[in-house]
Ligand binder design. Structure first.
Ligand code: AMP
Length: 415
């Protein structure tokens, strides 16, 4: 038997309905805020991620699915969405459109990660990007759209964690300070952090190894190295969110796994998943598009991990997305199949979910099958019923049965 690639998943019905429901809701809410969907390739030139996400990051240094195409070009399955959006912005001259540009995206991302709960090698993200504004209000709007989407799904216990990474100049100063503070403990850092020391020292702050965490606790938080201007920006974001009734928790040591972020960074944490399985991550990236060779266009955005979102989806949204239980149409009499199929068409056009029994089951076997499917009702088309131009309508939960004229069946089946 051929098995699926480790870290990938088969999303089977009825769970696939949850995915479709979440995605439709995301498009609905985000488009209400002005974010239209951009659909981008899954395959990009490797260089795009090296130059945006950053060479020293875990993502680029060890998690990318990179290969050569037959012409020897290095290609990578996208590990995240923002770099592709930035590339598309430059390549399609989206700067010519009215600014700021609001874009939403969703789809599969690929990272060669150690497998654990909520961590896959192919996973899906839903994100938005606001390009062309560097004001705190842009940050507030993006976080507001995120908060609104999550609230519509029924989440009420999520925590938004916010930090200020400062500007790249602040970061250079901070890294020097961090290394000075860590130097006496350098030998005690884990193997990964030894490597991070030269490649990406900020990531040491993010290490999950308890002994490294202990050492890091005594260092100066990255937020304290931020310039006055950058502080004013992030403070304004926090205040304006509070005015909208959205409270955030400040986390002065929060760093994210991508190099392009500056100033505002944030994460959404679900108590159910815990702090190590973050539901959503985002931040500001004012230099990204210029660094990729485009114009000086600031941006801010986030990506929600859809797999994780669905894992902790509130019950009300689950029920809503799983949708109505089916009606089973059970043709038992000779020639009843055609009647059943005609009914199925009427019901489909009326938006009523109905499944026809097409394998030739008897009444008894057909009812058993309908019960297994979890049907809410069964329409039995037997000899007597058809002769009278009627059907027997069996309500499965109540266990009751009634005779209904065929032309009144549709209204009798409206849930
Ligand atoms: P990032 O692009 O690293 O900022 O991640 C944004 C969000 O994507 C995270 O908060 C997760 O919810 C989700 N995510 C990242 N990596 C994975 C993974 N390997 N498996 C599942 N979800 C992931």
């Amino acid at each position: 038997m051929i098995r699926k690639v480790k870290g990938t998943r088969d999303i089977l019905p009825p769970d696939s309905r949850l995915w479709a429901g979440v995605e439709a809701e995301a498009l609905r809410i985000f488009s209400s805020f002005g974010y239209d969907e951009i659909r981008l390739p899954v395959l990009e030139p490797t260089d795009l991620f090296v130059r945006s996400v950053g060479e020293g990051t875990d993502i680029v240094s060890k998690e990318m699915y990179t290969f050569s195409d037959p012409k020897g070009r290095s290609l990578t399955l996208r590990p995240e969405g923002t770099a592709g959006v930035a590339r598309a912005y430059i390549e399609n001259g989206l700067g010519q459109r009215p600014q700021p540009l609001r874009l939403a995206y969703m789809g599969p991302m690929f990272r060669y990660e150690k497998m654990q709960r909520g961590r896959y090698r192919q996973f899906s993200q839903i994100g938005i990007e606001l390009l062309g504004s560097s004001t705190p209000e842009a940050d507030v709007e993006v976080i507001l759209a995120l908060h609104t989407f999550l609230a519509v799904l029924g989440f009420d216990d999520l925590v938004i964690v916010l930090n200020n990474l400062g500007d790249p100049e602040d970061r250079q100063r901070y890294i020097a300070l961090l290394k000075k503070e860590l130097a006496p403990h350098r030998e005690r850092l884990c193997g990964d952090c030894q490597r991070r020391w030269d490649e990406n020292p900020l990531r040491i702050l993010d290490c999950k190894v308890p002994s490294c965490r202990e050492i890091v606790e005594d260092t100066t938080p990255v937020a304290e190295a931020a310039s006055a201007e950058s502080r004013a920006h992030v403070d304004a974001v926090e205040l304006e969110l509070a005015d909208l009734g959205i409270t955030v928790r400040r986390a002065p040591r929060l760093v994210r796994g991508l190099d392009y972020y500056l100033r505002t960074v944030f994460e959404v944490i679900s108590p159910e998943l815990g702090e190590n399985t973050v539901l959503c991550g985002g931040g500001r990236y004012d230099r990204l598009i210029a660094d990729l060779g485009g114009p000086q266009v600031p941006g801010i955005g986030f990506a929600i991990g859809e797999d994780r979102l669905i894992e902790v989806l509130p019950a009300a949204a689950r029920d809503r997305f799983l949708g109505e239980r089916a009606v089973v149409l059970l043709p038992v009499a000779e020639g009843a199949a055609a009647v059943a199929l005609g009914l199925a068409r009427d019901l489909a056009l009326a938006g009523i979910r109905a499944e026809v029994e097409v394998t030739g089951r008897s009444l008894r076997a057909g009812l058993k099958w309908a019960a297994k499917l979890g049907a809410r009702a069964v329409v039995i088309l037997g000899e007597d019923e058809l002769a009278a131009g009627e059907a027997a309508l069996r309500h499965m939960d109540a266990g009751e049965q009634e005779r209904v004229p065929l032309e009144r069946l549709r209204e009798a089946l409206v849930p």
